[in-house]
Design a protein around this ligand. Structure first.
Ligand SMILES: C[S@@+](CC[C@H](N)C(=O)[O-])C[C@H]1O[C@@H](n2cnc3c(N)ncnc32)[C@H](O)[C@@H]1O
Length: 461
C-alpha cells in the first residue's frame, strides 16, 4: 500500500465486522485458511486453499486478523463436494471435508514436520509416513449435540450451533461422523422432547430445560449410551441412560449424574474388554486408537522386563495394552473415576503387573518415583496444552531411557520436545496417526532416547 507521500506505509488492519473478499493461499495450524488483504495476514475459518471467499473480520490485531467465511465466491480447484451438511451448512465437526482425503493427510504430515522444525528448532529425526484412517466417515464414538430453538419458530432443534451463531441450533438428522445407530439415538431423544413438549434451555432468558445430549458408542459392543444434560426441572422420564443437571448460567455448576439405564460404557480395544464412566477420557476413534497404541508400543521397544510409567493414563488403555510386554506398569491420572475404571479394567482382563495412582502429574511423579523406583520407559499422553515446564522437569527426573510422547497437538509437542532435547534426549522418530479425518486435528507419537553412559544410542532398554 502506498501513502500520499510515496513512502511505503504499514498494511491497513481491517476492522472488526468489516467484510472483505480474499483468496486463500494455504492452511494454518488449527486448520484455518490463510489469506492476505493488502499485505495483511487474515486467518479465515471455513475456507480452504484456492477458495475465493467473502469473509467477515471477527478479530483485528496489530499483526494479523481473524475472520469467518460468510460466502464461498469461488471454490478452489481441489475442492471435493461436502458430504456432511446440516440445514444447508457444512457440518461444524468436519471443517476439512472439502479437502480431498489425500490432501488432508499431506497437510497433517507437513504441519507436524513444520511444528517440530520451526517451533521446536529440531532436526535429525525420522518423520514416518502418517497412518491413514481406517474409515474416513462415521468414525466418532462420541458426539455432543445442543438443544435450542430452531430457525423461525421451527420448534425444538437438536444438533450443532449455526456458523457464527450462539443462539441458533441447526437440526441434525444424519451426521456422517456418527454411526447410523448413534444418529438414531439422538433423533429418538429429539422426538421425545417434541412429543412431551419439553423446552430447550434459553441462556439469554435463563429459562427452559434441555441443554445438551452426549451420545457415546461402544463400537465393538454395539452399546449406545446417551447422557442428557438439563437445567433443574421436573421432567417426564427421558429415553436416555444418564441424566446430569446443571445449575446456573453460562455452563453452570454440574451436579451429579443419575443413571436411568447403563451407567458404564463397554468397549473392546486391542483385545481388551474395557468399561468406562462418563467423566473419563476415551479416544473418540476406537479403531484408530488401536493404530495409535500400536505405534506407541513399537516406540516403547519393550522386551518383557521394563518398568513403564503411563502418565496421563485415563482409563489405563495404553498401560494395559503394554503390560503383557513389560515387567511392570504404573499409570497416573488426575481424574479419580478414570482410575477406578482403570483398576476395574485391569482386574477384568486379569492383568496383574499394573498399578494406578490418582494424582496430578505436577505433584504425583515424585511420590510415584519413590514408590516404584526409576522407570525404563515413560509414556506421556497429555491434553492439548502439552506439558508445563515444571512437569517436563518431573519427567526428566525419571531418567528414563526412552520417552514415548503421544501428542494431540504438534504445536505444544514442539516446545516440549525442544526442552527434552535441551536436557540431553534425542528426538528419534515421529509418526502422525490420523484419528480425526475431515478435521484439522493432528495426533502423533514421538520417540525420545537418552544414550546410557557407556552405551551406544539406539540399543536395547
Ligand atoms: C489425551 S488424554 C489421554 C488418556 C489415555 N492415555 C488414553 O489414551 O485414553 C489425557 C488425560 O490426561 C488427564 N490429565 C489432564 N491433566 C492432568 C494432570 N495434570 N495430571 C494427570 N493427568 C491429567 C486427563 O484427565 C485425560 O485422561
Amino acid at each position: 500500500m502506498e501513502s500520499a507521500t510515496g513512502s511505503t506505509a504499514a498494511p491497513r488492519a481491517p476492522r472488526r465486522g468489516e467484510r472483505i473478499d480474499v483468496e486463500i493461499e494455504s492452511l494454518a495450524f488449527g486448520g484455518r485458511g490463510v489469506a492476505r488483504a493488502d499485505g495483511f495476514v487474515v486467518f479465515v475459518a471455513g475456507a480452504l486453499p484456492g477458495d475465493r471467499v467473502r469473509a467477515e473480520i471477527t478479530k483485528s490485531k496489530k499483526r494479523f486478523a481473524e475472520a469467518r467465511t460468510v460466502e464461498l465466491l469461488r471454490a478452489g480447484a481441489d475442492r471435493v463436494p461436502d458430504r456432511c451438511v446440516h440445514g444447508g451448512e457444512p457440518c461444524p465437526g468436519a471443517p476439512w471435508q472439502g479437502l480431498a482425503y489425500e490432501s488432508q493427510l499431506a497437510q497433517k504430515q507437513a504441519q507436524v514436520d513444520e511444528a517440530l522444525r520451526r517451533l521446536g528448532g529440531l532436526d535429525g529425526f525420522e518423520l514416518e509416513e502418517i497412518v491413514p484412517a481406517v474409515a474416513e466417515w462415521r468414525y466418532r464414538n462420541k458426539l455432543e449435540y445442543s438443544f435450542g430453538a430452531g430457525d423461525e419458530g421451527a420448534g425444538l432443534a437438536l444438533g450443532f450451533h449455526a456458523r457464527g451463531r450462539w443462539d441458533l441450533i441447526v437440526d441434525v438428522d444424519d451426521c456422517k461422523l456418527a454411526s447410523e445407530p448413534g444418529n438414531a439415538a439422538r433423533n429418538a431423544v429429539r422426538e421425545w422432547a417434541r412429543l412431551e413438549g419439553v423446552p430447550p434451555y434459553d441462556a439469554r432468558a435463563r429459562a427452559g430445560t434441555l441443554r445438551n445430549l452426549v451420545v457415546r458408542e461402544g463400537r465393538r459392543t454395539g452399546q449406545i449410551q446417551t447422557r442428557l444434560v438439563t437445567a433443574p426441572a421436573k421432567l417426564p422420564r427421558p429415553p436416555v441412560d444418564l441424566h446430569t443437571v446443571i445449575e446456573g448460567d453460562s455452563g453452570g455448576t454440574e451436579g451429579p449424574t443419575g443413571a436411568i439405564g447403563e451407567e458404564l460404557l463397554r468397549e473392546e480395544l486391542c483385545g481388551l474388554r474395557l468399561a468406562m464412566s462418563h467423566g473419563a477420557f476415551f479416544q473418540t476413534n476406537t479403531e484408530m486408537a488401536e493404530r495409535l497404541y500400536a505405534v506407541a508400543a513399537e516406540y516403547a521397544g519393550l522386551s518383557g522386563r521394563e518398568r513403564v510409567f503411563d502418565l496421563y493414563c485415563g482409563i489405563g488403555t495404553i498401560g494395559l495394552t503394554m503390560a503383557p510386554r513389560a515387567g511392570e506398569v504404573w499409570g497416573l491420572e488426575i481424574v479419580p473415576e478414570a482410575i477406578v475404571d482403570a483398576e476395574r479394567n485391569a482386574r477384568r482382563n486379569k492383568i496383574e503387573n499394573i498399578r494406578f495412582l490418582a494424582a496430578n502429574a505436577r505433584t504425583g511423579v515424585r511420590p510415584l518415583l519413590e514408590e516404584a523406583g526409576k522407570p525404563d520407559v515413560v509414556v506421556i499422553d497429555p491434553p492439548r496444552a502439552g506439558l508445563s515446564a515444571k512437569i517436563v522437569r518431573r519427567v526428566l527426573e525419571c531418567e528414563a531411557r526412552r520417552i514415548v510422547y503421544v501428542s494431540c497437538n504438534p504445536t505444544t509437542l514442539a516446545p516440549n520436545a525442544a526442552q527434552l532435547v535441551e536436557a540431553g534426549y534425542s528426538l528419534r522418530r515421529v509418526r502422525p496417526v490420523d484419528m480425526f479425518p475431515q478435521t484439522p486435528h493432528i495426533e502423533c507419537v514421538a520417540l525420545f532416547e537418552k544414550a546410557a553412559p557407556g552405551r551406544a544410542s539406539g540399543g536395547e532398554v
